[in-house]
Design a protein around this ligand. Structure first.
Ligand code: ZN
Length: 113
């Protein structure tokens, strides 16, 4: 058994940071709506990038939460496709990785549906 508890800690931290960031993004959105003198084009641009960041953060948050669930089930660090162990070097870079490098490559080649 590998000791992967340090990744769990990192995932929990990431989850908290993402939640805070998402709250902040929502706060910023409301603030803008409240002000009267706004340059519409600028405002749209800002909202657009905020929206994209929000989407990205939500996506990552979901992956982080799935990874934490896998910790509970004891399947964390195992590839969801082939069941092999995901290398710790890979988990260092992407603690919420769901697939091993080989399966990820195959997936990218076929293309996500
Ligand atoms: Zn795999």
């Amino acid at each position: 058994m590998r000791d992967l508890s340090r990744f769990k800690q990192r995932l929990e931290e990431t989850r908290e940071n993402l939640k805070k960031r998402l709250k902040a993004i929502e706060g910023e959105g409301y603030q803008h709506v409240g002000s009267e003198e706004v340059d519409i084009a600028n405002y749209m641009n800002e909202m657009d990038s905020l929206f994209r960041e929000k989407e990205e953060s939500e996506k990552t948050l979901k992956r982080v939460e799935r990874a934490l669930k896998r910790f509970e089930k004891g399947t964390y660090g195992l590839c969801v496709d082939c069941g092999k162990e995901i290398s710790e070097e890979r988990l260092e870079i992407v603690p919420f990785a769901e697939r091993c490098i080989e399966c990820e490559k195959k997936l990218n080649k076929v293309g996500r549906k």
